[in-house]
Design a protein around this ligand. Structure first.
Ligand code: DP6
Length: 349
């Protein structure tokens, strides 16, 4: 017999960035962060997990290709969910798995991204969130999504925020074992559903410095990061939560852009400096800043993760349509701007 569970999880984009760990093994951050979860129709991972007594080892396929599960991050997630497994019974098929049987059973995992991995868009967040959620359902773990987020966090920090829709806060936590470093929902996906997210895929090339390596070097060398984590982010988190709750786009846009820019400043303050944005990214920033200033009230916020791709959050459909028009004029795909394509992060346009 085989028992299978399939889950689907969207990716998320941070508007207050996570950058820097205080504990690398448990993946505990140096500050809180806040993100928006995208619509699953556009950027998500679908994962099927299966268990059968005929499986001889844990195995995983990503987009159809087998990958190694030996990395500590996968092992941490598997171990943590196995430790929480409960009895499972399928009366119709006469299958019974007791709590302790799970220690001897192996799983097969098949995971697909509905966006090209080559597009250079983060996939680890959706991937680990989906894996942990699917395993928890398969093994009948009773933990709620916040508790599961603390396990997904051990796969990839940003993954913990993908266990919820809407706007999500990852609380850094205080205790050493990391049990209070988890995600909570700030507002659900219906609260502010006129926002439209457009991703400008500036480059599909693999980033030169991975987030994991980059943030390690920043923690070791950047004084600006200490200042950011202690003095800046705590206040920004409070202001960002307020802006989201009140649907105050002007304040939301100001904080989002400022935090993205400070994150990249912290990367530049790293020794040796890390450059994630390129000329096209900088030109997109100028274009948005000029437009926002000419209108008087911000219409669009921009944010960039560990790569040159722009995530643009428009106030509403009208602003999104105008933005797209401007972008297509100034940055036509496949031109010498190096811009490849536009991806909708939201279905509402
Ligand atoms: C810039 O979650 O990919 O996207 O925890 O080492 O797996 P690890 O890093 P990861 O870092 C994401 C960094 C970021 C900002 C963010 O998502 O908050």
């Amino acid at each position: 017999w085989v028992i299978m569970v399939t889950a689907q999880t969207p990716t998320n984009i941070a508007v207050i960035k996570y950058w820097g760990k205080r504990d690398e093994k448990l993946i505990l951050p140096v500050n809180d962060s806040i993100s928006v979860t995208l619509d699953p129709a556009h950027l998500c991972t679908t994962t099927t997990v299966a268990v059968s007594p005929s499986f001889a080892q844990d195995r995983m396929w990503l987009n159809g290709k087998e990958i190694s599960l030996s990395g500590g991050r996968y092992q941490n997630c598997l171990r943590e969910i196995r430790a929480r497994a409960c009895d499972v019974e399928d009366k119709e098929r006469g299958i019974k798995i007791s709590k302790k049987d799970w220690e001897k059973l192996y799983v097969h995992i098949a995971s697909y991204n509905n966006f090209p991995t080559a597009a250079g868009l983060a996939s680890s967040a959706a991937g680990f969130a989906c894996l942990v959620f699917a395993l928890a359902k398969l093994m009948n773990a009773k933990e709620d999504n916040s508790e599961l987020s603390a396990i997904a966090r051990q796969g990839s920090g940003s993954a913990c925020r993908s266990l919820f829709g809407g706007f999500v806060k990852w609380k850094m936590g205080k205790v050493e074992d990391g049990s209070d470093s988890l995600a909570v929902q700030v507002v659900d996906e219906k609260h502010w559903d006129d926002l439209v997210i457009i991703i400008a895929v500036v480059s599909s090339r693999q980033k030169e410095t991975s987030s994991t390596t980059g943030m390690r070097e920043t923690v070791e060398t950047s004084l600006l990061l200490q200042h950011r984590a202690k003095e800046i982010v705590p206040k920004r988190i409070v202001q960002m939560e307020e802006s989201i709750k009140n649907r105050n786009f002007a304040s939301f846009a100001h904080l989002t852009c400022a935090d993205s820019n400070q994150f990249h400043a912290v990367c530049m303050d790293t020794c040796p400096p890390i450059f994630y944005m390129n000329d096209t990214s900088h030109r997109i920033i100028s274009c948005v800043e000029k437009w926002n200033r000419s209108v008087g009230t911000p219409q669009v916020a921009y944010t960039f993760d560990a790569g040159p791709n722009a995530v643009l959050i428009a106030h509403n459909r009208k602003a999104a349509a105008q933005l797209l028009q401007k972008l297509l004029f100034y940055f036509p795909p496949n031109s010498d701007t190096e811009l490849n394509s536009y991806v909708l992060g939201d279905k509402s346009i």
